[in-house]
Design a protein around this ligand. Structure first.
Ligand code: SAH
Length: 491
């Protein structure tokens, strides 16, 4: 397994700085023993204008295959195929990633005392891998590297040059060209080479998730093929993949925190709305409607899911009938603001015992959400991408299963009544969708039916005869206390 990394430079900023960045001197060839064989680092060229570092890993099984070669019937298919049906050389790619991380560990972390500024800057890089085992072929190679800013040249290597009719092998010749920080480039390779290899050569343990997230920092959370990368990297161990995806979602949402906070501001912005036209701001009306339903349901222990800056939690605290109030949000920033608003650190013991805030994503089932009387999703569902919504449905209605669930969301039909909103626009950039009354009801009926709830609807804000109210609320009540799965099993 062999890989080269080249860069170009000028007399002032010589390409040989690559040697400092890799912590390997360009003038000497060095050998390192790694757990899977000997890794060699050497520089086929090392000038101010152009410098190339090569990493070669000698894996013993490769040598074995090489020795075996020629023992077949003189270049007959068997002999050539033996190299490809034996799985050991394929594993070279993940072994190679391990070697890469041990030989270039400081470079991977972007550490370079000698040239700190060079470590931070994007360099003109060219990476070549003459034979990369790639399950999924050149197409997948492109899908993985192009979103990271690389210009990708990927072509299948023929199974056997002498027998073109056999078609392509699972090897790809890969060239990546781009302006990328060296540490980042190494991290792309460290993760994506084994992903393309897709071989399970070592036992994947829980700390692989940490390794993946560390190497994926800054690029994996936004990668369109994140799921494939995560699941292959973790050898399709679903529990680990899920763990990684969940943590990546938290990363993504923390990155998008500005949008989130803006979204929360939006959810409450009508509070500062035109007081003459709307004597009672919509956000206030929403809270009143929610409180009234919770009281009517006799709920004492209440979850506020997607609590944002905690206005509802604050309102709930004022009514002693709510004995336990839990605010959950994925945004740390929102929770920090909520904690400040609630003065959590200064509450008396009795009050403090009633309230709790924690971070969590509603797209995943969570044991901490079980056993409550009621859950509120106020202006939250429209912030999830539609394909993620079934996950939230299951987490709330299938797994947490409170007796009462209140869901509020904008009624898109009402948008024509907002004077400042251009036609066809949603109320906020972070809204992934806005529903008509019918769409909301369709969704709610489906969820209720599937999970054993009954549902009715309550308008919030002025109920316009033509377009309905600005906010629509669905009130779900549990009718069937058996879990959805028991129900299905019984049916
Ligand atoms: N419920 C509040 C805030 C609504 S804004 C109110 O009515 O004013 C939407 C909130 O949902 C934001 O705070 C956002 O961080 C949160 N959110 C979005 N997606 C989420 C998810 N997957 N898990 C948990 N919270 C989420």
């Amino acid at each position: 397994m062999f890989l080269t990394i080249s860069t170009t430079g000028t007399p002032e900023r010589p390409a040989t700085d690559l040697g400092f960045l890799l912590h390997k001197h360009p003038e000497s060839a060095q050998a390192f023993s790694t757990s899977y064989g000997t890794a060699h680092v050497f520089y086929p060229e090392a000038g101010a204008e152009r410098c190339t570092a090569a990493l070669l890993l000698e894996v013993d099984p490769v040598a074995l295959v090489r020795r075996g070669k020629g023992k077949g019937r003189g270049g007959a298919p068997d002999a050539a195929l033996a190299q490809y049906v034996n799985d050991r050389p394929y594993a070279a790619s993940s072994l190679f990633a391990v070697a890469l991380s041990s030989v270039f560990s400081s470079a991977l972390r972007g550490v370079c005392k000698a040239r700190p500024e060079r470590a931070q800057e994007a360099l003109p890089l060219r990476v070549e891998v003459p034979a990369l085992p790639a399950r999924g072929g050149p197409d997948l190679v492109r899908k993985l590297f192009e979103p990271l800013g690389w210009v990708v040249e990927a072509e299948s290597v023929a199974l056997d040059a002498g027998f073109p009719e056999w078609g392509a092998s699972r090897y790809v010749r890969l060239v990546l060209v781009g302006e990328v920080r060296l540490a980042e480039a190494l991290r792309h390779l460290y993760v994506l080479l084994p992903v393309l290899d897709d071989a399970k050569h070592y036992w994947v343990s829980a700390d692989e998730v940490d390794k993946l997230l560390r190497a994926g920092e800054g690029w994996l959370a936004e990668h369109p093929e994140q799921k494939l990368i995560t699941s292959r990297y973790l050898s399709r161990r679903w529990s680990l993949t899920r763990q990684a995806m969940e943590r990546l979602e938290l990363v993504r949402l923390a990155d998008a925190d500005d949008t989130v906070v803006e979204a929360i501001d939006n959810a409450v912005d009508d509070e500062q709305g035109d007081s003459e036209e709307r004597p009672l701001p919509l956000a206030v009306r929403r809270r009143e409607a929610i409180l009234a339903e919770l009281q009517a349901a006799g709920a004492g222990r209440v979850l506020d899911l997607g609590c944002g800056q905690g206005q509802l939690v604050q309102a709930l605290l004022k009514d002693v009938r709510f004995s336990e109030i839990v605010g959950v949000d994925v945004s740390v920033r929102a929770l920090t603001i909520a904690a400040r608003r609630l003065k959590l650190d200064r509450l008396g013991e009795r009050q403090a015992a009633r309230v709790q805030l924690f971070q969590g994503s509603l797209a995943y089932t969570d044991k901490r959400l079980k056993g409550y009387d009621a859950a509120v999703l106020s202006e939250v569902v429209e912030h999830l991408d539609l394909p993620r919504l079934p996950a939230l449905e299951y987490a709330v209605f299938g797994s947490a299963r409170p007796r009462t669930v209140l869901v509020t969301t904008p009624n898109v039909e009402y948008n024509v009544r907002w004077e400042t909103l251009p036609a066809g626009h949603v109320r906020h950039g972070d809204h992934r969708f806005e529903w008509t009354r019918e769409e909301f009801r369709d969704w709610a009926e489906r969820v209720a039916g599937r999970h054993g709830y009954r549902v009715r609807y309550v308008p919030v804000g002025p109920d316009d005869p033509e377009v309905g109210p600005p906010t629509q609320m669905a009130v779900f009540s549990l009718t069937d206390d058996r879990s959805a799965t028991t129900k299905e099993a019984a049916a």
